[in-house]
Each structure stands twice: as structure tokens, then as C-alpha cells.
Write a protein that binds this ligand. Structure first.
Ligand SMILES: Cc1ncc(COP(=O)(O)O)c(C=O)c1O
Length: 467
């Protein structure tokens, strides 16, 4: 960090902890010169660490089929894949008998586990307990089976008490809980949650999508039974995620995908399946994705955890303080007593559609944030944010200047409004006659914003509300 000068804040001078690709990318603005992109949407997808991109470039010439070839490079690729699996498991504190399944992402991992939930002691489908604040990825897979959704209390201690009471009332086989909220960055104390569940005979799966990129998590230390997370949020956007944890359910559960690689023997009348992890990894494995995720795990593991936490704490504190100080801006919190929240901050600007504010930040300031309902519709409804909100998120590649730019841009917005005219096209706020060119060398003929809005609103359910 360089020394603050007169009129600047500590945050202004905060450097990234690790270099990420694209950090110097200039983006066009409307009515102003291009500017370095401020990527404050890393909770959605984080840029690749420079070391991850280098590792991918290094192994690409070695790439060949995995688990399927006697050729030298096939053997190298198989070894790279299996070594990556070990690194990924070690990074989240896997116990010696735990299994690491390489998946596509957190959604994939949680759907996989949902298909392995055994029957309860009463012989009926095993009941799963979830809180109402979960990302859809940690809600919908359980609702396909037998799930109870419990309303979280407005404090951490109240929520722990509600969990304890519900787990005592009904026998559950599993508690599926976020390790850090994708809306507020806040967490429950994981070891306490695990103890409460285990005391009641339920296992615990952590949705680690937002915690793993930000804090050291350990299955062994926390006692949690499984953790699911995504490479693209962990600075490794090459299509891999992971489910790590107890072997027994994964060995006996229905294979997630039916196909080659997951089987021991196939007859026309009967199939004998592999045990985990192969049982759940049918089809050709994503070796590059796994290598990239392992490289990200290695890079994060090499950083002092205290340095990571402090970097993010400074950015988060500045975001919360700076945004809260702007008239009409309200920062959302689930549990004001939560300790050590990660760098995810959601806010609303009174009287303004979140999509409009996000479009302004992009067009006039070169800032990327997320707007909408963040794939957490029940929570946003409970918070009274049925029209959505805006989310700024930071990570190891974030510089303090980006956070300062966001705060200044919102101050300007509230004081003076926008400089250019916006309109809604296909449910998406856009600049009228947007003059911004597509990136040179991208091979694109135009941006996809309006078509994407239609897709998001109707299909993914994550973005602007349909009319
Ligand atoms: C807390 C949380 N869980 C699950 C997911 C789903 O992750 P993915 O889209 O990588 O499957 C997300 C993504 O935003 C998330 O933030």
C-alpha cells in the first residue's frame, strides 16, 4: 500500500493482494475517455489470477484425453487431473477419507449431493433443512426432495437458536447452509452450526461459493461433512467446481450422470457403477478446469490468511461506510452481529431502479456491479427488495481505487443525476443510442445486453424482474 496523501483515504491507496488478468483493461465510457475497468462484480465471476492463466498456458501443450489413453500425454493429463483433485481437496481441509468430485460449479455440486441423500430413520426420503436466505443453488435442489425452509432470525444467535429448535423438533438427515451469503457476505459461525446439526444427528453441507475464494475453510477443522464451491468464483474461470466431503453417501448415491467413466461393467440388463469420485464424473473430465482450480487453490494458500482478510476488511468497511453516508443509499444486512463478513455488499438507492443505477455506473464510470435479485428471490422478498438491489463485491484482485470510484460515482448520481439518457429495452436499462464500441480484437459486432436481459429475466430468474 502506498502512503495516503491529503484528500485521499487509506482505501484509495490499497493495492490488490494478487495480480489478476484483465486488471488493466480499459473500457469505453459515454461522454468521457476510456477508463480502467473497475470489476466490482467478482462475487458473480472473478477474473483469473495471473498465475492461473500462466498455469493453463503451461499445461495446454500437454493436454490429451484423461483416464482413457495409454499415450504419454494421456498419462500426463491423467496425472495432472488427479493431482489437481488432491490439491483442491487439501485446500478445503479434506479429511484423509473424504472424496473430491470435480464438478462444473456449486450448482452442479449441490444437485449432485441432493441426488445422494439417503432415506431417513423412518424409511421416508431423508429430510433436509435449509434457511430462507439461500442462493437458489442451495434451495431448489433440496426442494426436489423433502426439504423444510426455515426463516432465519435477524441475529446470528437467534438463527442458531431457531436451527437448534427445528433440528430438535424433526429428524433431519442434512442441514444445507451457506458459508457466506451472496447478498450480504455475512456468515453464521460454521463450527457452531455444525455442532448444532451433528448433536441432532444431521449432517452439514456448506455452500462455499462465496466463502472459499475469500477465507481459508477447513472441513476437518469445522467438522462440516461437505463443501461445494465454484472455480469461476475462485479466480479459475475454466469450467470446474468441486464437491468435497464424506464418501459414504457419494458411494451409495445414484450416479449423477450416466455414462462412460462412471461404470465398472455395463451389460444390456445391468450396470455396475464405480465408487466415488468416478461414479459422479461420467463423460470426459475437464482437466484444464481442474488444473486451473488447483492453481488458484495453490495461489490462495500461499497468501497469509490474515493479509487476505485484512485487505478485504478495509475494502468492505470503506464500501459500507462510504455507501451508507450517501443520502438515500441503504446497505442491506442480514445479521448485524455477524463476524468477519466477506467483501460482498448489497445496497439500494431510494427512488431508483437498480438496473438504472447499474447501467449508469457502467456507462459513465466504467464500473461493473451486479443488479437484480441475485438468485435469492425469497431473501430479497423478505428484505422488502422485490424490485432487486445493487451488489458490489471485491476480492484479491481489487484495488482500493475501484471502491473509491464507486462511492464517488454514486455521490455524483444522487447529487446531479446522470449525464446521458437511458431507456429500457427488453427489460434492460441501456444508454439511448449507446456509442460505446465493442472491444477491438474481440471479433464481436455488438454487445448482447438487451438479448441477455430477456434471457435472464425469463429463464435464469436472476436479473431484472419480468414486466
Ligand atoms: C452463495 C452461492 N451459492 C451458489 C452459487 C451458484 O454458483 P454457480 O453459479 O457457480 O453454480 C452462487 C453464485 O452466485 C452463490 O453466490
Amino acid at each position: 500500500m502506498s502512503a495516503p496523501t491529503l484528500g485521499t483515504t487509506v482505501c484509495d491507496h490499497l493495492d490488490p493482494v494478487l495480480p489478476v488478468t484483465g486488471a488493466e483493461t480499459l473500457v469505453p465510457r459515454v461522454g468521457a475517455a476510456p477508463i480502467r475497468y473497475a470489476n466490482l462484480d467478482v462475487a458473480a465471476s472473478a477474473p483469473a489470477l495471473a498465475s492461473v492463466a500462466e498455469r493453463v498456458a503451461e499445461v495446454l501443450p500437454l493436454y490429451a484425453s484423461v483416464h482413457r489413453g495409454a499415450g504419454y500425454l494421456s498419462q500426463v493429463s491423467t496425472a495432472l487431473y488427479e493431482a489437481s483433485r488432491r490439491t483442491i481437496g487439501d485446500f478445503v481441509g479434506a479429511r484423509p477419507d473424504d472424496v473430491t468430485v470435480v464438478t462444473r460449479n456449486t450448482t452442479d455440486s449441490l444437485n449432485l449431493l441432493a441426488g445422494c441423500v439417503p432415506a431417513g430413520p423412518d424409511g421416508l426420503p431423508g429430510r433436509v433443512l435449509v434457511l430462507d436466505l439461500e442462493h437458489h443453488a442451495n434451495l431448489l435442489p433440496w426442494q426436489r426432495g423433502s426439504a423444510t425452509v426455515l426463516t432465519a432470525a435477524p441475529t446470528v444467535s437467534g438463527t442458531l437458536a431457531a436451527l437448534r429448535a427445528e433440528l430438535a423438533r424433526t429428524p433431519y438427515v442434512l442441514l444445507a447452509v451457506t458459508a457466506a451469503s451472496n447478498v450480504t457476505g455475512e456468515s453464521l459461525p460454521l463450527a457452531d452450526v455444525v455442532k448444532i446439526a451433528h448433536d441432532a444427528g444431521a449432517r452439514v453441507v456448506l455452500d462455499g461459493a462465496q466463502l472459499v475464494p475469500h477465507r481459508r475453510v477447513s472441513l476437518a477443522r469445522s467438522g462440516a461433512d461437505w463443501i461445494a464451491f465454484s472455480g469461476h468464483k475462485t479466480y479459475a474461470p475454466f469450467g470446474a467446481g468441486a464437491l468435497v466431503g464424506r464418501r459414504d453417501w457419494l458411494d451409495s448415491g445414484t450416479p449423477y450422470l450416466a455414462g462412460g467413466g462412471a461404470v465398472r461393467q455395463v451389460g444390456l440388463d445391468e450396470t455396475r457403477w464405480q465408487s466415488a469420485p468416478a461414479r459422479h464424473e461420467a463423460g470426459s473430465p475437464n482437466v484444464i478446469g481442474a488444473v486451473a482450480l488447483a492453481a488458484a487453490c495453490d495461489a490462495l494458500a500461499a497468501v497469509d490468511p490474515a493479509e487476505l482478510a485484512e485487505h478485504e476488511a478495509v475494502l468492505r468497511r470503506r464500501l459500507v461506510d462510504g455507501l451508507s453516508a450517501i443520502e438515500g443509499v441503504e446497505v442491506v444486512s442480514l445479521w448485524p452481529d455477524a463476524e468477519d463478513p466477506v467483501g460482498v455488499v448489497t445496497f439500494a438507492v431510494e427512488g431508483h431502479d437498480p438496473g438504472f443505477v447499474a447501467a449508469y455506473l457502467s456507462a459513465e464510470h466504467g464500473i461493473g456491479v451486479r443488479d437484480g435479485r441475485f438468485c435469492a428471490h425469497p431473501l430479497l422478498s423478505r428484505l422488502g427488495l422485490t424490485g432487486g438491489a445493487i451488489r458490489a463485491s471485491v476480492g484479491v484482485g481489487t484495488a482500493g481505487e475501484e471502491v473509491e470510484r464507486l462511492i464517488r460515482a454514486l455521490e455524483t448520481f444522487v447529487a446531479q443525476g446522470t449525464q446521458v439518457e437511458y431507456t429500457v429495452v427488453d427489460g434492460c436499462w441501456t444508454v439511448v443510442d449507446d456509442p460505446r464500441p465493442v472491444p477491438a480484437g474481440s471479433g464481436l459486432s455488438g454487445l448482447f445486453a438487451t438479448a441477455a436481459a430477456g434471457f435472464v429475466a425469463e429463464s435464469a430468474g436472476c436479473g431484472p424482474l419480468p414486466e
